[in-house]
Write a protein that binds this ligand. Structure first.
Ligand code: SF4
Length: 243
């Protein structure tokens, strides 16, 4: 399979005011200051002007992914994907980014001591990069469905090195295979992606029950987003809606 480039409409990746407020941990009971709304407005405008969301994907065979997943042999012995690889029947590597320009602007704002706007733009771009990955997953889902390759009861879910026992060093082999430099994403020796607001990983297609994941693995204590239960419930809701 050849890599596919996906150009994504920036408006689709623009974080909402509500989600940015939620990200600032402002309780519903508190009415934010007008200055917060102005910051959000300015950050969203900057993101709209500067972000260049795109992603690169390639579908590979199960055996190829199983070898790639072993990576540099640093994965946790109970890594989640070890269980999921035999259950999945489609493996799509992806790398998604909000682009370099918005990252350069975040750096410039921090360097100019404009911390409030820099932080809000940082949050907007983080959410944007995640939305690029989510939209990419949805594009792959549509392709599989249009090609009659999505069976009843199957769904897609994405996983990234650094989570669920897949060691961050797994990015090396992922990058070797996918070559995200084609869309301007590079990987440093310390596994940092540039542009910083980028996400890489694999999109699996499997029976939805395979994604009924519980956050009780030894490595879950260090997980920053603990999104597995929410993502599973979102998949179930989507499947119900599509019936
Ligand atoms: S809490 Fe969920 S998403 Fe986080 S590492 Fe554990 S299984 Fe993975």
């Amino acid at each position: 399979m050849k890599p596919q480039l996906h150009e994504i409409d920036v408006d689709q990746t623009l974080a909402t005011t509500a989600s940015l407020l939620a990200g600032q941990s402002i309780p519903d009971s508190v009415t934010p200051d007008d200055r917060i709304y102005q910051l959000i407005k300015d950050a969203r405008k900057l993101y709209s002007d500067l972000a260049e969301p795109k992603s690169l994907t390639i579908e590979i065979e199960r055996d190829q992914f199983a070898e790639l997943f072993i990576g540099e042999r640093n994965n946790h012995p109970d890594a989640l994907l070890t269980e999921l690889i035999p259950l999945a029947d489609s493996f799509t590597l992806f790398a998604s980014t909000a682009g370099q320009k918005v990252c350069t602007e975040i750096e410039r704002l921090f360097a100019s001591n404009e911390f409030p706007l820099a932080s809000m733009l940082d949050a907007t771009a983080s959410e944007g990069a995640d939305l690029v990955a989510e939209i990419t997953q949805e594009m792959i889902r549509k392709q599989l469905k249009n090609n009659d390759q999505l069976d009843a009861g199957q769904e897609l879910l994405r996983f990234s090195p650094g989570y669920c026992g897949w060691h961050i060093s797994g990015q090396h082999k992922l990058f070797d295979t996918l070559q995200p430099s084609l869309i301007g994403i590079e990987l440093s020796e310390s596994y940092l992606m540039s542009p910083l607001k980028s996400v890489s990983g694999v999109i699996l297609k499997a029976p939805i029950e395979a994604f009924d994941i519980y956050d009780n693995f030894p490595y879950c204590a260090d997980c920053r987003n603990r999104s597995c239960r929410d993502r599973y419930h979102t998949l179930v809701a989507k499947m119900e809606n599509n019936k």
